[in-house]
Design a protein around this ligand. Structure first.
Ligand SMILES: [Cu+2]
Length: 374
């Protein structure tokens, strides 16, 4: 695609002219038809619960072990196209967001629940959007059933059959990578109904959960090497596509900007607390590492039917995946949590801090002799 499709008319034209999309639209039409007609719709009659999502790195209140049977869990995501600042130099990009944040909020349900998502594309936006849940089954993960133009909303329901953490992202026809690298992705956690387990079937619980969404950005530069600013996404599109095709991000950040999770935004914990870290990257591979700590139990590819790996130093999360790591802090201090491609962490921004309170354990580490002359 060489020209940015600016109007709703051209957006629709792009959809209907593409052969592959015609097939997808047929599939979508059939699937839409099938929803009300399907026999044995397991969602019928189930209790409903409406969940208010919260901004990352925080996660809405939820049960780790389900105390009831399956239910329909209602979420709402409002799409917001907005200018965001990526770093202390004031570098800007026009982000596409679910609920105004990069990443979008973490949703939590249990295996066997039904997710019922209302996706709202306010009239103030310019572009068509949709949502592909990697955790769902069929119709491009829901992408074929959720295309909403500005001024529209849609409701999608799907059954959470696979326990794990999964990416969701926008995937509009012809513009998938652009929307994903403009920030339009997030994650969902489908917990086993009886909670997390180690490899031997023993329960694993967490005191806190944080959601880290890693994002690569591709900001065009002017002839002097300075980052360019644009008034609209449409103006930026062609320049941005050129940078994207280099596969060389200008920024790789946690939670939307350099330093979002350091300083005042640092993640907090206490010695003795067990923290679950959900980490997603919708586009590129990443390799989280907690400097001075470990991943005690790690589902690097995020799927809870697999036994967690133990005592990891660094774990590998392939692009398009969410991973989960459980750690119990044993020492106080400030820990850096980084993408251990250290250039990406220290030069491009993929780093967070944990500030941990508590008593130092001399047995685990002590400075036997302070630095001084030899
Ligand atoms: Cu989008």
């Amino acid at each position: 695609m060489s020209k940015f499709p600016m109007t709703r008319r051209t957006l629709f034209a792009g959809v209907t002219m593409a052969g592959v999309m015609a097939q997808l639209n047929n599939g979508a039409a059939q699937a839409q038809h099938a929803v009300p007609a399907a026999a044995g719709n397991g969602a019928a009659g189930l209790p409903r619960v409406k969940v208010d999502l919260v901004d990352p790195p925080f996660v809405h209140a939820h049960e780790q072990v389900a105390t009831d049977g399956p239910k329909i869990v209602e979420f709402e995501l409002v799409i917001e196209e907005k200018k965001i600042v990526l770093d202390a130099d004031g570098t800007e990009t026009i982000a596409f967001t679910f609920n105004g944040t990069v990443p979008g909020p973490l949703m939590v349900v249990h295996e066997g629940d039904y997710v019922e998502l209302t996706l709202v594309n306010p009239a103030s936006n310019e572009l068509l959007h949709n949502i592909d849940f990697h955790s769902s089954t069929g119709a491009l993960g829901g992408g074929a059933l959720t295309q909403v133009n500005p001024g529209e909303k849609v409701v999608l329901r799907w059954k959470a059959t696979k326990p794990g953490v999964f990416v969701y992202h926008c995937a509009p026809p012809g513009m998938v990578p652009w929307h994903v690298v403009s920030g339009m992705n997030g994650a969902i956690m489908v917990l086993p109904r009886d909670g997390l387990k180690d490899g031997q079937g023993n329960p694993l619980r967490y005191d806190r959960v944080y959601y880290v969404g890693e994002q690569d950005f591709y900001v065009p530069r002017d002839e002097n090497g300075k980052f360019k600013k644009y008034d609209t996404a449409g103006e930026a599109y062609e320049d941005q596509l050129k940078v994207m095709r280099t596969l060389t991000p200008t920024h790789i950040v946690f939670n939307g900007r350099v330093g979002a999770l350091t300083g005042d935004g640092a993640l907090t914990s206490k010695v003795g607390e067990t923290v679950l870290i959900i980490h997603s990257q919708a586009n590129r591979d990443t390799r989280p590492h907690l400097i001075g700590g470990h991943g005690n139990y790690v589902w690097a590819t995020g799927k809870f039917r697999n036994p967690p790996e133990l005592d990891q130093e660094t774990w590998f999360i392939p692009g398009g995946t969410a991973g989960a790591a459980l750690y119990t802090f044993e020492q106080p201090g400030v820990y850096a949590y980084v993408n251990h491609n250290l250039i990406e962490a220290f030069e491009l921004g993929a780093a967070a801090h944990f500030k941990v309170e508590g008593q130092w354990n001399d047995d685990l580490m002590t400075q036997v002799r302070a630095p001084a002359g030899v």
